[in-house]
Ligand binder design. Sequence first.
Ligand SMILES: [Zn+2]
Ligand SMILES: [Zn+2]
Length: 329
Amino acid sequence: MLDYHLHLWPHSERETPHSLEQIAAYCEKAQAAGVEELALTEHLFRFRQADALLGGFWNDDSVSPGLARSMEDYWDFHATTDLDTYVTLAAEAQAAGLPVVIGLEVDFYQGRMDDVAALLSGYPFDVLLGSVHWLGAWRFDDLDDPVSMGEWSAREVDACWETYTAALEELAASGTCDVLAHPDLIKVAGYRPDSTVEWWDRMAEAAAKAGMAAEVSSAGWRKPAAEQYPALGLLSRFAAAGVPVTTASDAHRLEHVADHADGLRDVLASAGVDALQGYTARVPRPVAIGVPPTVSPGRSVPPTVSPGRSVPPTVSPGRSVPPDESSVA
Ligand SMILES: [Zn+2]
Ligand SMILES: [Zn+2]
């Protein structure tokens, strides 16, 4: 198993020094859950280099000045550290023998992915995740932000899914990234169209055409969506289209590393997925799903779900999650 989506910072923290000890603790927690390999994938927008390159992109969205102001504040809070320092630390973790690959979670910037690719080409990344976190200046996944969440009642759900899917298609076609992270993140706040079939078909086709993998993530179980990303129907489409998959927790702190690994095993089995894909220097390689670790006496059993079933939601649509790292993906 893999945990190929890990952050070193909670969103609530502006600047926290990273350390090898933190990464070693992530690895230990993962290995106890039968997860042998990790990818460190901090958000691109955490770094000053991203701010220098992309800052102000929110002004392209002239429709929503309130959202643009909110995004400007969000970037000001988050884009505070140095990409070189992060990559150096990840490389040091590798050199120290920790089972990690060097990655990044790259956000989608409409019309600007060539600039993003040029910036990232200078770094020794093993894997790049591609994520659609916002549509224009709208952070549709920021459950703690009332301005962003208020937007859900001002827009048609179908139109949101359409715009999200078009963004995902452009992201995939750009060739900038290797893995589509949380592919149906647009469901995060619990708003779904009556039928998702058209958008699922397009998402699977976009990944297949671009030669990208798709991430199977337990993070959705911690959100109002109350379901892994992607939904089983979308995962089955990825499998049918020959799209390889990774597994991931999207943890932003130790507590969630390898979260619901057994639940993800069940989901993979339900979709008939029997292998994963890892990356070295952005070259894919097969990785075994492996077997769950034996539970020894005195250790708590990790939470599991039955095949095809979601775990019970911890929050309902429209309610904000507690103010921790899990508010955004
Ligand atoms: Zn994300
Ligand atoms: Zn993430």
